[in-house]
Design a protein around this ligand. Structure first.
Ligand code: SAH
Length: 215
């Protein structure tokens, strides 16, 4: 029997997001409409709306729905921004950001995943305002800079300097920082030449690779 995906999404929004404090109506709407089941590998589609990360191949994972909603909410998007999505994976997080911002550049270091992300976004008709790039996003993507928002879905040992440089003023960067298997999700807000930083939660992401990552 084919699951009723709309009901599954609604249940996920109510039980996993609202109950934990996600309240931005635009984020809740995006999470209610984007078909996560189209982005996960076919053999784990039935698990699409479980409250956990899922394997997407190449040793990588698609983040838990709550984490994607939280990161999106922390960017405080209104719909007119350009956002850099570092660690594009299968493209789901980019699709959520694409529903919330004007334009998204999604950069993924593993060519096979970048290809999958592009295919998933095209198949679901969500590719319109999203550019998928294959490359080392720990160095950002200078060609598209500056960005109003930068979202990093892999854990960095420290905040990569190139990402700070490519962040607009005002702008917001959301990034897991810490040890390889244990990090804090930090929110960095640039405004009027000042930098403010806070910890939103504790988390566990796959390691950021590349020049500014764990190599
Ligand atoms: N947000 C993604 C999943 C994130 S998993 C989704 O919705 O599916 C983290 C991803 O970051 C992995 O796909 C990994 O290959 C990628 N990654 C790790 N280091 C990277 C780097 N330096 N540049 C770009 N992508 C990177």
């Amino acid at each position: 029997m084919i699951p009723d995906w709309r009901s599954e999404r609604q249940r996920m929004v109510d039980r996993q997001l609202r109950k934990r404090g996600i309240h931005d109506p635009r984020v809740l709407d995006a999470m209610r409409t984007i078909p996560r089941e189209e982005f996960v590998p076919p053999d784990c589609r039935v698990c699409s709306y479980q409250d956990e990360p899922l394997q997407i191949g190449y040793g990588q994972t698609i983040s838990q729905p709550y984490m994607i909603a939280l990161m999106a909410e922390l960017l405080e998007l209104t719909g007119c921004e350009t956002v850099l999505d570092v660690g594009g994976g299968c493209g789901y997080h980019a699709a959520v950001l694409g529903a919330l911002a004007a334009r998204v550049v999604s950069i993924e270091i593993i060519p096979g995943l970048a290809r999958q992300a592009q295919q998933n976004l095209t198949r679901t008709g969500l590719a319109g305002n999203i550019s998928v790039i294959c490359g080392d996003g720990s160095q950002g993507w200078p060609e598209g800079a500056p960005y109003d928002g930068i979202s990093v879905a892999a854990a960095a040992p420290e905040i990569p300097a190139p990402l700070m440089a490519q962040l607009k003023d005002p702008g917001r960067l959301v990034i897991p920082v810490g040890a390889m298997f244990d990090q804090e999700l930090r929110v960095i807000a640039k405004s009027g030449g000042q930098i403010q930083e806070r910890v939103a939660t504790f988390c566990r992401f796959v390691p950021l690779r590349g020049d500014q990552g764990w190599q």
